[in-house]
Design a protein around this ligand. Structure first.
Ligand code: FES
Length: 267
């Protein structure tokens, strides 16, 4: 997000060079609906994800490993640690060992930043609606300057998506043959949405097509950039759909593991 500090913006919309309008906004549409919805849905997800991340239980039932706990690197239940347990003895929930990567990726996402700055900090609440703050420093200062790590979290997100793809493949495996359950389909839907979200990232678009003088000399990267650009147009939708799908995948595993439901098998 661009920094726009400068004397002309001192005082925000009440600054001396701005039109002197007392009303917070002249908009008459329901501009508050989007930030209010973001506030409710995002808060609900944060509460659910925090509860599940600290629960340290009901995250694995063969062949399903909750995406919140993958890869399971701590003192995990039997059968859930395909990548070993290098953090065995970790005193807290195993989910907390790996959560920093998907969480950091989402929290520093350019789209989510726009959404939660509007919904939680009213900065500003919507286009052409005055914010309540008297000054604006953009993302030039601590702690928001750390949002710039997003491009590095993208590389971690690729690894996470690859591991979740592996987990999804395992949902079709069973000791005595194949298996297709409702959980397999939920995991497939989730990983497709996770990949769409990850590949439609603005940083991804820059990584595949940025820093080039001539696309004509890089036809492969041009094709990749064109593909990512098409996905990028839908990034906000992928951001929300993948948020829902990851919660639904975890919820399904939890309900199976604690015996609330039993698996619906198709094969
Ligand atoms: S901009 Fe949203 S994930 Fe990168």
């Amino acid at each position: 997000m661009a920094s726009t500090t400068g004397p002309q913006l001192a005082g925000g919309v009440q600054g001396p060079t701005r039109a002197q309008i007392d009303a917070k906004t002249l908009r008459t549409d329901r501009w508050w609906l989007a930030p209010a919805t973001t506030f409710v849905v995002f808060s609900a997800f944060v509460v659910y994800a925090t509860w599940r991340a600290f629960a340290d239980s009901n995250y694995f039932v063969d062949p399903y490993l909750s995406p919140f706990y993958s890869p399971c690197l701590g003192d995990c239940v039997k059968g859930s640690s395909d990548f070993g347990t290098p953090f065995g003895g970790f005193p807290l929930s195993a989910a907390l060992i790996v959560l920093i990567f998907p969480l950091g990726f989402r929290m520093s996402c350019y789209y989510y930043r726009k959404a939660y700055y509007r919904a939680f900090w009213l900065s500003p609440p919507a286009c052409a609606v005055a914010e309540p703050h008297g000054s604006y420093s953009g993302e030039t200062r601590f702690p928001l300057v750390f949002q710039n790590v997003h491009r590095w979290f993208w590389y971690a997100a690729i690894v996470v998506a690859a591991i979740l793809t592996y987990d999804t493949a395992l949902t079709f495996r069973e000791a005595d043959g194949g298996h297709v359950g409702l959980g397999s389909l939920i995991f497939v839907a989730n990983i497709v949405l996770i990949w769409l979200y990850t590949l439609s990232c603005h940083s991804c678009r820059h990584i595949v097509g940025g820093r080039l003088r001539h696309f004509s000399k890089h036809p492969v990267r041009y094709r990749m950039w064109t593909f990512v650009s098409k996905l990028n147009a839908h990034h906000p939708s992928f951001a929300w759909y993948s948020l829902f799908s990851v919660a639904i995948a975890d919820l399904y595993v939890m309900l199976l593991a604690n015996g609330t439901i039993s698996e619906t098998r198709f094969f």
